[in-house]
Design a protein around this ligand. Structure first.
Ligand SMILES: *[C@@H]1O[C@H](CO)[C@@H](O)[C@H](O)[C@H]1NC(C)=O
Length: 574
């Protein structure tokens, strides 16, 4: 009898401990805006765009002013965010020009052996959802094996696009596939003309048939590429609900409204249990869009209208949390995957790019404008509001932070590059644990950041920098993004050194004359690089040419091929 009593009270104790722990588990609402510049938000100093909801979030929480994306392109930055690891560790780092997925029907993606915070949260009993953009692969071997689908990475529910929003997804916005640029018309033309000249001058005899067939080959290639570009929207602009394609090509116009609606419903459905929502906006990436209520509301064209719509959406999410009394039990995060994409000027000359404030350059570079992103965290009652943290933090920090708050511990079988930032957010510590941060341009180590433990300096050394073109701009207009390969960069030995605490705009590189410790600073950084390199294991490259190319047999298609993979089924939420 006595032992029974003891046992049952032990059980009771156990149960109450578990439920206590459960009730301590916060919900997570993690919001990522695509290509949003740090200078686009009111709380980061913008005077003309109106972002009252995001500003309020910052007011109620912590605003990070030195928040760094682990990469300056979507695919690698998102891989790092989800896994807490430098993209090079998961193979999301190419050695060629291309650094992101450009086809839904590509075989690369975030490997299933990677561990995301969603996977861990799910194991901890969380209901999880991704609403919006994924951009981390879909299939491996067939058109529906979904080996890289968000569900493989811990997201129970998915409503969104497996790839990214792109110019091709909206009629009249042009294409990102400038394939004709890569057909060597010049060389082929010269060959043909030379051959004809030699032929008619009697030096050599070429059958007329040969010349004619060469010319028709040229015409055929041109027609094929033009035709291919025409069908890109059907191939790439795919909207999915879980494992089903519901719209192909999707209509972007009201997509943020629909996604917001989905997010609100997800929160309502799960208000009684712990949940994790990753809301990954398609805006403010090109093709630019904004739904009717927001068009014409800003002084910055359709780009500004899109920022206004994002802010509205954030407001809807926050209102939902308030209405369901979930604010004090929910950690909310808002960021961008990288800096604004400066090369985004539309075919008609309209500005479709954001603003990176005082920071140099933008997306696709490791200048601060490419990687310094907004970072806002709010959790009333747990994170003191109205504060600003100027210490270096990373989007990789969300991984260990979320994992620990969900009641789990971070995996010990792999390198994790992020740090739990709760102590920093709660003001229990002053210093960031990031003494060094490494900045990759695809697979190439591009720059290092060093925030010495005992000083306010933030040294940043560049091993190479992108060649801007035209040279008087800080952008790469000729290639639309800056590339990392040798033809497109300038190498620096000794590296270019800046102290961001004194020169946040990276305007004047230091020299041994202007910085007496020049060489010893670089030596410390070099040592850190060696250490870091020794801990990067070789893995399969997911963004290799073979893994990025279009593979027809991997193409998701919601109708028969002859119907051109076309459907508009998702009328329910339309
Ligand atoms: C606000 O953002 C817009 C759009 O990106 C930009 O053009 C403008 O310069 C920014 N204004 C300020 C004051 O930063």
């Amino acid at each position: 009898m006595k032992s029974w009593w003891l046992l049952s009270s032990l059980l009771l104790l156990e149960v109450s401990c578990v439920s206590l722990q459960e009730s301590n588990k916060p919900n997570f609402v993690l919001m990522m805006v695509d290509d949003l510049g740090i200078g686009d938000l009111g709380c980061y100093g913008n005077k003309t765009l109106r972002t009252p909801n995001i500003d309020q979030l910052a007011q109620e929480g912590v605003k990070l002013t030195h928040h760094i994306a682990a990469a300056s392109l979507c695919t690698p930055s998102r891989a790092a965010f989800l896994t807490g690891r430098y993209p090079i560790r998961s193979g999301i780092a190419g050695t060629r020009e291309i650094g992101v997925f450009i086809f839904t029907a590509a075989s690369g993606g975030l490997p299933s052996k990677e561990v995301t915070f969603a996977k861990i949260a799910k194991q901890q009993g969380y209901e999880t959802a991704l609403i919006g953009k994924w951009h981390l692969g879909l299939n491996c071997e067939s058109s529906d094996d979904h080996c890289h689908h968000p569900s493989v990475h811990g997201f129970n529910y998915f409503f969104g696009i497996p790839l990214t929003n792109m110019r091709d997804c909206q009629p009249g916005h042009g294409t990102v596939f400038q394939i004709h640029k890569y057909i060597p018309y010049g060389a082929m033309g010269i060959t043909l003309v030379t051959a004809a000249l030699l032929h008619y001058s009697g030096l050599i005899t070429i059958r007329r048939g040969l010349i004619l067939s060469l010319m028709s080959l040229l015409v055929m290639i041109t027609a094929l590429t033009a035709g291919f570009v025409k069908i890109i929207p059907y191939l790439n602009c795919v909207l999915m609900r879980n494992h089903r394609v519901v719209e192909q090509p999707y209509r972007s116009e009201n997509l943020t409204q629909r996604m917001t609606h989905e997010a609100v419903e997800f929160i309502e459905r799960n208000s009684a249990k712990p949940f994790l929502l990753f809301f990954s906006f398609l805006q403010v990436h090109t093709a630019m869009f904004a739904s009717a209520p927001f068009r014409g509301t800003s002084r910055h064209g359709i780009y500004g209208d899109a920022v206004h719509e994002v802010d509205w959406s954030v407001g809807q999410i926050m209102q939902t949390l308030d209405r369901l009394s979930l604010r004090e039990n929910t950690l909310v995060y808002l960021t961008s995957d990288q800096g604004a994409h400066l090369e985004e000027i539309s075919a008609t000359g309209e500005v479709h790019r954001g603003w990176n404030g005082i920071y140099k350059a933008g997306k696709s570079t490791n200048w601060e404008g490419g990687i310094r992103v907004p970072g806002i965290l709010s959790w009333p009652g747990k994170i003191p509001g109205g504060r600003q943290v100027d210490e270096p933090t990373s989007n990789m920090d969300l991984f260990p932070t979320v994992v620990r708050l969900s009641g789990a511990t971070v995996p010990e079988d792999r390198e994790i590059d992020g740090h739990d930032i709760m102590d920093l957010l709660q003001g229990r510590v002053e210093r960031s644990k990031h003494e060094f941060l490494f900045h990759y341009c695809n697979a190439y180590l591009n720059a290092v950041r060093w925030h010495p433990q005992n000083s306010s300096a933030v040294w940043k050394a560049f091993y190479f920098t992108p060649n801007f073109y035209p040279e008087n701009e800080t952008a790469c207009f000729h290639t639309h993004v800056c590339f990392c390969t040798s033809n497109y960069v300038t190498y620096h030995n000794p590296p270019l050194l800046f102290d961001l605490s004194r020169d946040p705009s990276e305007s004047t590189p230091l020299t041994p004359d202007t910085e007496p410790d020049f060489y010893s600073i670089l030596a410390v950084m070099e040592e850190a690089v060696e250490r870091h390199r020794s801990l990067v294991k070789p893995v399969d490259i997911q963004v290799s040419a073979g893994n990025v190319m279009w593979k027809p047999w991997l193409q998701p298609c919601c109708s028969t091929l002859s119907q051109l993979c076309q459907c508009q089924q998702d009328l329910l939420s339309g």
